[in-house]
Ligand binder design. Structure first.
Ligand SMILES: Cc1ncc(COP(=O)(O)O)c(C=O)c1O
Length: 398
């Protein structure tokens, strides 16, 4: 596939294989863009031709990928661990914090289960108390007020999603980070629904831990993710699981001759301790290829572009009787625009009718979710409405 590698707003040239009228499901899985396809093909062909020789080449790219990810979220390279999915990163953190029995953890009801289940496991194993606040409270000031009340009672950690997967509400991370610091709690963020479409800076937001998969807004493939661990927190972690690559000087016994096989080498005291074994270098190659596109466009400009698309889409949908869940303030918004269908229109039949016509939304938790990215053109929106009207007419006639 030979396509110019420059990303342009509103231009699908980097997605030449995409045939639908409007791909609006980046909150689920991104289609592979041309640079991703090329990188994965190159890596795969290298493996086919060279086996372990290919491993050495693609493995060497890991440091470059960590650097790109660090740049994207304002972290330091040594604070990034490459991983396989968001869930694994949440579990790594949840099970490795040096908990004290009775520690309280604040979670948010309405969140994607992956930011709840690992904390429930940690609660069982370490005797933690889980406190749930409704995520929807954060549409107003009430959310931060409730959080502060809990923090005053003593909280060890707050675990929140950057963006709520169903409503698209962008949580007030900066204010939450400040509150956590003030009351001596740590802040964990599941960033997968925001990172890539909404600016994020772990320093400004005072985030201590973060986990993020690469296959949504970061435009990579499933099987590649990353975890951020603030260096000042990393030293205190007690990794609940570890593997051969978790040790310092982990690989010399394979490449530096005899005498290096030693099971007593210390575990790394950085995020990298979670890179326990071999991983999918093909998925990491995909992420390594997509990140430069995002860095070239910039998170703030991607956010603005997506908001303009949402503005156009939302007004037309509301005029057709949909109920929008979009947050009132710009800083509460994200790449996700979710709506309830008009009375009498079933969500699943509507989504099916739209997909049949080439409009690709998501349907989380009873909502119709539109999630465009940089390549979606504003000029696409009138066609989306044409196809939507056709779908609604079909459903009303049935
Ligand atoms: C907020 C959120 N977290 C996590 C995930 C998925 O986690 P994982 O990367 O482990 O599949 C999703 C969606 O798939 C999500 O919306």
């Amino acid at each position: 596939m030979t396509v110019s590698a420059r990303p342009l707003f509103g231009d699908r040239a980097l997605f030449p294989a995409l045939t639908c009228a409007a791909y609006l499901n980046h909150a689920a899985i991104s289609p592979a863009c041309a640079p991703v396809v090329t990188a994965v093909e190159r890596a795969l062909h290298d493996y086919a031709a060279n086996g372990a020789g290919a491993f050495l080449r693609w493995n060497a790219d890991r440091a470059a990928l960590r650097a790109l990810l660090a740049q994207w979220i304002g972290a330091r390279e040594e604070e990034i661990a490459l991983g396989s999915n968001t869930s694994r990163g949440v579990s790594d953190i949840a099970l490795s914090i040096p908990w004290r029995r009775g520690d309280r953890v604040v979670l948010f009801s309405g969140e994607f289960p992956e930011n709840v289940t690992p904390w429930q496991r940690a609660a069982e194993l370490f005797g933690l108390e889980l406190v749930f606040l409704p995520a929807e409270l954060f549409f107003t000031e009430q959310g931060l007020e409730r959080l502060e009340q809990e923090l005053k009672r003593g909280v060890r950690l707050v675990a929140v999603s950057f963006v709520q997967f169903q409503s698209g509400l962008c949580m007030p991370l900066r204010a939450m980070g400040e509150q956590c610091r003030k009351y001596g709690a740590e802040l964990f963020v599941d960033a997968i629904q925001g990172c890539g479409a909404v600016p994020l800076d772990v320093e400004a937001e005072q985030i201590d831990y973060l986990s993020c998969g690469g296959h949504k807004w970061l435009l990579g493939m499933e099987g590649a993710a990353f975890t951020f661990v603030r260096q000042s927190c990393a030293k205190a972690l007690r990794p609940y699981t570890a593997g051969w690559l978790s040790h310092e000087d982990a690989e010399s016994f394979l490449f530096a001759g005899a005498g290096h096989l030693n099971y007593e080498k210390p575990l790394k005291q950085t995020a990298e301790v979670f890179e326990a074994g071999t991983s999918s270098l093909l998925s990491l190659a995909a992420l390594r290829a997509s990140l430069p596109l995002l860095l070239e466009l910039g998170a703030a400009a991607i956010f603005e572009h997506v908001q303009r698309y949402h503005d156009a889409l939302e007004s037309g949908l509301v005029a057709r009787g949909f109920e929008s869940l979009r947050a009132p303030l710009p800083e509460q918004r994200s790449g996700i625009l979710s709506l309830r269908p008009p009375p009498g229109i079933g969500l699943v039949p509507l989504a099916t009718a739209l997909r049949k016509r080439g409009v690709m939304p998501g349907t989380p938790d009873g909502l119709l979710r539109f999630a465009p990215h940089f390549a979606n053109a504003l000029t696409e929106v009138p066609r989306v409405f044409e196809l939507l009207d056709d779908a609604l007419a079909e459903l009303r006639a049935a």
